[in-house]
Design a protein around this ligand. Structure first.
Ligand code: CA
Length: 242
């Protein structure tokens, strides 16, 4: 069960989405324009944002870019323009997924479930087969946030703050561990150096962009051939492919 923010200015559609998500067990907040969405995110810290592209005031792209500067929650974009999908999912906007209007509610719910599973919040309907496919070890009785993250031969034991590769434990510094865990928990998403610095070192950190780079270099070395999973995104930062 998650708190989900629905950002859509068409009230009928917003309410329809709301009723289906509520039937799925989620708590719904609604915003009807861009500034309202940003205010609600700051106030309610939703676990997922469903964001329409066409909004009055500040459009969905601008809202998504703003969210991406400070937040990790997945963003599912609603768009009427299938030709713009590359921009939506690309670094320019950084949404995690999209559905093209008009869409069916079953499709929307399936996307929502997949995104929540990815962030380990979908505890409502545990589907062990699908969870394993998403790279998460399904374990009864283990809080979702403490479940291991498994990406191929790499296993991150979140509960122990430890990682292993092909069953052999990796000798990581706390910051290397944090960096690996953050990237691997969000496969396919590009993170800027600034974002990583702020998340892992804090806003007060007085270092340089190179701090992230040097940690990435050391982390890749420790991961051996698997280090290639941490891709450099030119001009932006880093992404875990897996
Ligand atoms: Ca709209």
């Amino acid at each position: 069960m998650a708190t989900i923010l629905v950002v859509e200015d068409e009230a009928d559609l917003s309410n329809l989405i709301r009723s289906h998500l509520e039937a799925d067990g989620h708590t719904i907040r609604q915003a009807f324009d861009g500034p309202g969405a940003l205010a609600l995110v700051a106030e309610q810290a939703p676990q997922l944002v469903i964001l329409d592209w066409m909004l009055p005031g500040l459009d969905g792209l601008a809202v998504c870019r703003r969210l991406r500067q400070e937040h990790l929650m997945p963003v599912l974009m609603l768009t009427a323009r299938s030709e713009e999908i590359d921009r939506v999912l690309g670094l320019e906007v950084g949404a995690d997924d999209y559905v093209v209007k008009p869409f069916g509610m079953r499709e929307l719910l399936a996307r929502v479930r997949a995104l929540l599973r990815r962030v380990e919040l979908d505890t409502l309907a545990p589907d062990k087969g699908a969870a394993a496919e998403e790279g998460m070890a399904a374990q009864d009785g283990v809080p979702p946030a403490e479940r291991p993250i498994v990406r191929g031969p790499l296993r991150i034991n979140v509960a122990d703050h430890a990682a292993s590769l092909n069953g052999e434990s990796l000798d990581l510094t706390p910051k290397e561990y944090d960096l690996l865990a953050l990237l691997a928990a969000h496969p396919g998403r590009a993170f800027s150096r600034d974002f990583l610095l702020q998340q892992l070192w804090g806003y007060d950190y007085d270092g340089f962009d190179r701090t992230v780079d040097t940690h990435i270099v050391r982390l890749r070395k420790k991961l051996g051939p698997q280090g290639d999973a941490i891709a450099t995104v030119w001009g932006v930062g880093y992404r875990f492919n897996g």
